[in-house]
Design a protein around this ligand. Structure first.
Ligand SMILES: Cc1cc2nc3c(=O)[nH]c(=O)nc-3n(C[C@H](O)[C@H](O)[C@H](O)COP(=O)(O)OP(=O)(O)OC[C@H]3O[C@@H](n4cnc5c(N)ncnc54)[C@H](O)[C@@H]3O)c2cc1C
Length: 469
């Protein structure tokens, strides 16, 4: 925590927003609509703007007639073993539909996932943004300029500035020209999680997290969280937890993007000993991919293989989103085992016992078909078909880190709370750096929605606060 230093150059703003991801952009546009003059900074160069948002799949979880607000809240409660902060979760789903309409009014191309993303079929990701995260940023970012909102890149917030009464009055930033104190009536933190910070990963997630593959922006290194904690903000949520996914093991170490093999429910997954270790068909991918990504990280060598045969391949049911990664194929299980360096006799046993356990029924990839196994552990609860038709295929898969789950605590006006549950005057937060929503597992499409809903809320609230000063 710093007081303003007279020696540093200063600039003056009404609402200062840190971060150009969806949370920051939504906050800026909402603050502008509420009559304020927001100013946005991002530490990244413009070519790397919008953090994790840019790398995202563009899926949005949103209530519908079929999946009501209450059913999505129940789902969150179930997936978090009752730990989700229901007050915050209710805001998330209450304001989801109006958030989507707001994006639509701004001209953002929102469609059904079936249009571009059949790999997320069957789940509760009701909407998809055309062109994934890149499509979202290309469509939304120019709206800031059109609304007269200035954005300054390569400007990294390093400390929050406070007045003598503890009110946040700006941020000290590093720019290519030097250090500046940016004074503001209100500050909104929208700087994402700490997933790209190796030291913080090890500190909070454990030693094994040190060399995790980072799916998103290398600029999400947790300064926003640290600055707020130094000021006395309350840490909240699953600080030891993170979001993962089932990724092609050939993915880049950083900023890999959408290299998911989301279609694993139509495969069986074995580890490098040739053994199954989870129920691949427990449900559609949007409620299992995060915990399965982490389950793969627990396997020897942090690697596993999604196996399927020609029947599934002919229907193009299994693929990596990054289509350049093709499956490894062979005419026999023995040859495939050799290629992927899995013991051939053990793999053969696994395949034989799986095939023998498959129950009759109609295979239907579009619904939970109940076509399951009997008498083996782990079972496969849906989409179980014998793997008996050559050629045979394998995608090597691993886990990785998408974003961290621990964060700051905000109230229902997006005000950051201190450790005594009091709002820190002048400080707001939105998006990935909020805690209290997700614990261990995660429902697909809920994080972009959180950035949208809480970004808008923080923008409107900060504008109101700034105008009252
Ligand atoms: C590969 C991938 C796929 C995903 N797919 C989906 C999906 O389909 N659906 C879904 O709901 N979620 C998805 N997510 C998660 C979702 O994209 C993010 O959780 C969400 O976009 C976070 O938005 P945000 O605005 O909070 O943070 P970000 O978009 O990460 O933006 C944070 C910004 O803050 C800037 N910043 C950081 N530190 C500082 C600092 N000190 N000073 C100034 N600026 C700073 C960063 O440069 C960055 O631009 C995905 C994520 C990834 C990586």
């Amino acid at each position: 925590m710093l007081a303003k230093q007279d020696s540093l150059p200063t600039t003056n703003h009404e609402v200062l927003i840190l971060g150009t991801g969806l949370a920051g952009m939504a906050a800026a546009l909402a603050a502008r609509q509420a009559g304020a003059a927001p100013f946005v900074i991002d530490k990244a160069p413009e070519t790397s703007k919008s953090g994790n948002t840019r790398f995202s799949g563009g899926g949005l979880r949103c209530p519908s007639e079929e999946h009501t607000i209450d059913s999505l809240l129940e789902e969150l409660e179930r997936m978090s073993d009752g730990r989700t902060d229901m007050r915050l979760a209710r805001i998330l789903y209450r304001d989801a539909e109006s958030g989507v309409n707001w994006l639509r009014e701004l001209g953002i191309p929102i469609v059904s996932p079936s249009v571009e993303r059949p790999d997320v079929r069957g789940g509760r990701m009701r909407y998809h943004i055309r062109g994934n995260g890149y499509g979202l940023v290309d469509a939304l970012f120019p709206k800031l300029g059109k609304a007269g909102i200035a954005v300054q890149f390569q400007t990294k917030a390093i400390e929050l500035l406070t007045s003598g009464t503890g009110q946040v009055v700006g941020a000290r930033v590093n720019t290519p020209e030097g250090c500046v104190d940016m004074l503001a009536r209100a500050v909104i933190l929208a700087t994402g999680g700490f997933q790209a910070n190796t030291a913080m990963r090890v500190q909070y997630l454990g030693r094994e997290a040190g060399d995790l593959l980072v799916r998103g922006s290398k600029y999400d290194t947790g300064e926003g969280l640290r600055m707020a904690l130094r000021l006395g903000a309350q840490s909240y949520g699953d600080w030891g937890g993170f979001h993962s996914a089932v990724l092609d093991a050939r993915s880049a170490q950083v900023e890999a993007g959408e290299t998911n093999v989301n279609t694993y429910p139509y495969t069986i997954i074995v580890n490098k000993n040739g053994e199954r270790f989870l129920d691949e068909g427990e449900d559609f991918m949007d409620t299992t991919y995060v915990k399965y990504g982490k389950a793969i990280l627990q396997q020897p060598g942090r690697i596993a293989y999604c196996l399927f045969d020609a029947k599934i391949a002919e229907r193009d049911l299994v693929y990596c989103l990054h289509r350049e990664f093709e499956p490894i194929d062979a005419g026999s299980w023995e040859r495939l085992a050799q290629k992927i360096r899995v013991p051939a006799d053990r793999l053969r046993q696994t395949i034989d016992s799986f095939n023998a356990a498959v129950q009759p029924g109609e295979f239907d990839p579009e619904r939970r078909d109940g076509k399951s196994t009997r008498g083996i552990y782990p079972p496969k609860s849906n989409w179980a078909v014998p793997l008996d038709t050559p050629p045979f295929f394998a995608y090597p898969v691993t886990g990785g880190i998408t974003f961290t789950l621990g964060g700051l605590r905000v109230d229902d006006r997006a005000r950051v709370l201190d450790t005594e549950d009091h709002a820190i005057p002048g400080l707001y937060a939105a998006g990935e750096l909020l805690g209290g929503f997700f614990y261990n597992n995660y429902p697909g499409g809920a994080s972009l929605m959180r950035s949208l809903v809480f970004g808008r809320l923080a923008g409107a609230e900060a504008a109101g606060f700034a105008s009252r000063k």
